[in-house]
Design a protein around this ligand. Structure first.
Ligand code: HEC
Ligand code: HEC
Length: 233
């Protein structure tokens, strides 16, 4: 290659990348208002953002990839654990994460501030971000979880249970969240069909249920997890 060819490759390469980059930037900015639902930016959402800053939640957590990498990304936290799940965790992290290897401090956030945070997380969760960043649902397994995998195996249903957030609230073999009941013997009480109905829409079975509807599961995943749980006897 002569010096001249190298120069032209450099020049054209740099220019075409720069043009692509600017076009993509312009295209994103053009869509920001629609992608981020600016019309839904209520005062409560703004108050929630201020609360998030006041307690420095992002020392440990990220939103849209910004913040600390110690704790889960909170971009889709409402979809993952629901408003009640957030209330419980922020109010009593020492209970919610009692079995976890990571700890979250109790920051004494007031009830009103928690409601503001939920409004903020709800707004953030609706931003159309092309599924970026990938959520922390497949978090690294703790030793207890590894023990669970060893005992219950990794059937498709067990995998759904572990990766689709059920373990945030439910325990099996002593591992998992404590917000919902442990499900070690759920198969004695509910059939696979009953579990399916319950998980899809808990309030249709029990209007007072604190479990958020699990809308993130495909029909196939729901079927697998219901089959898996109905065999826990
Ligand atoms: C010192 C670090 C730290 C701070 C500060 C912190 N958290 Fe956390 N938080 C954690 C850790 C660690 C976890 C995950 C525990 C686990 O699942 O093992 C967590 C989990 C959560 C969860 C559950 C996430 C999920 O996907 O299950 C929510 C919601 C949450 N935190 C909200 C907050 C809010 C709101 C604030 C600020 C008021 C905050 N956190 C401040 C460390 C922190
Ligand atoms: C945000 C927490 C949360 C998440 C996430 C969650 N659950 Fe629940 N679940 C609960 C709570 C709380 C209850 C108890 C309902 C009540 O009486 O308030 C419950 C109840 C249940 C029950 C009925 C138990 C019984 O004794 O009748 C089943 C089955 C169940 N959950 C399965 C699942 C599955 C499967 C997933 C994952 C796809 C899941 N849950 C995710 C909180 C949660």
């Amino acid at each position: 290659m002569t010096k001249k060819t190298a120069f032209w490759i450099f020049l054209l390469g740099t220019l075409s990348s720069a043009v692509l980059f600017l076009a993509a930037t312009w295209d994103t900015h053009r869509q920001v208002e629609t992608l981020s639902n600016v019309d839904k930016l209520s005062e409560q959402v703004v108050a929630g953002k201020r609360t998030f800053e006041k307690y420095n939640c992002n020392d440990c957590h990220t939103i849209l990839g910004f913040g600390g990498y110690y704790a889960p990304d909170l971009t889709k936290v409402v979809q993952r654990i629901g408003a009640d799940g957030i209330r419980y965790r922020v109010k009593s992290p020492e209970l919610a994460f009692a079995n976890s290897w990571r700890k979250m401090p109790n920051l004494n956030v007031s009830d009103a501030e928690i409601e503001d945070l939920i409004a903020f997380f709800t707004w953030v969760g609706e931003i159309n971000n092309n599924d970026w960043p990938p959520q922390d649902s497949k978090k690294r397994l703790s030793r207890g979880e590894q023990a669970m995998v060893a005992t219950v195996g990794v059937s498709p249903g067990a995998a759904v249970f572990q990766t689709k957030g059920c373990m945030n609230c439910h325990a099996l073999n002593g591992t998992g969240g404590t917000f919902g009941p442990a499900l070690d013997t759920i198969g004695r009480e509910l059939s696979a069909a009953e579990i399916r109905t319950y998980v899809r829409d808990p309030k249709s079975v029990d209007p007072k249920s604190m479990m958020p509807a699990q809308t993130g599961l495909s029909d196939r995943e729901l079927e697998e997890v219901a089959k898996f749980l109905s065999n826990r006897k």
